[in-house]
Design a protein around this ligand. Sequence first.
Ligand code: UT7
Length: 336
Amino acid sequence: MPLRSRIAGTGMSVGNRVVTNAEMTQWMDTSEEWIEQRTGIKERRWIDETQRPSTLAAEATNQALEQAGLEVGDIDCILLATLSGEHDFPGTSFFLHELIDAGDIPCVDLRAQCSGFLYALQMGDALIQTGSHKRVLVVGAEVHSTGLDISTEGRDVTVIFGDGAGATLLEAVEAEADGPGVLQIRCHAQGKHARRLWTEGPSSARHPHRIDEQALAEKKHFPHMEGRFVFKHAVTRMPEVLLETLGGASLELDDVDLFLFHQANLRINEAVAQRLEIPKEKVRNNIERLGNCSAGALPILLAEASRDGSLQPGQLVSLTAFGSGFTWASAVVRWG
Ligand code: UT7
């Protein structure tokens, strides 16, 4: 019988520091009302000095292992999605590998920004379907806060980002008709929009040094975004890929019990739900508490939903993301 990836465990970890909208008003020309009305965010979590991307990822991983009743030695491979690597190289996955003492199993970082978790899930799922790997750890981990322009110039981007990681442990199971597992994943990209949401430096394309005084003065080391352009694409691409993915699994919107969307802006998610006529009670958000944790957002939502009983065995959960690249992707999973 063909194989499928069951999500056997989930975990999450966020920054220790609660950063409220009121705190933002001390650094930049903004208001609590603007942030909440335009984004839905009330507060976000940023790391303190004791945390880094790999410590967030390790905490999430340990929870996922515990939920699955497994040990580190049971994992065959680690895939970690991030846009905020702990160092230039090697990838954050290697520092996670060190922290959890993963022996000599392979690990690798994937860079597909806010859709990164779904890209990594697709690759982990493919490894499992070939039969070569039994258990794959798929993590999304971000620390944005140490790379943001907290002055008024950076206010559009800075107010939306939070720090957090989520982990899922994929396990090979036989693909039974109504059995649990990842049923379908679709990923897309359009590199022609890469510069619409990006952090230009440090850059290996810059001569003679990757970063210099001029680049710092021009704030090339901070993220820049054409917010409205990104917003418009997100509300078009997310419904498209969600429907494409459900269609690939011969499912209808009504079959889905829970919809999880990337957490970039509550208004994006409300617009997507409205376009697809998805009832509010079927959508779960956490952006009001956590902000936008990019690749961490969807696995954190999954961990929360699987822990508070919102996701029951046999139910169908749909996950959809849009982000820098541009990238967009969707997955549908039968829980259990
Ligand atoms: O995670 C990856 C994908 N990312 C996204 O999907 C994000 C998509 N974009 C967005 O969520 C929104 O575009 C933002 C939240 C980033 C910005 O909201 P917006 O409603 O699109 O605002 P805008 O950029 O069109 O700016 C409207 C006004 C501008 O002022 P003027 O030119 O009209 O005077 C901005 O300068 O709001 C101003 N503004 C702010 N004002 C107070 C922008 N950011 C802020 C701020 N506080 N933080």
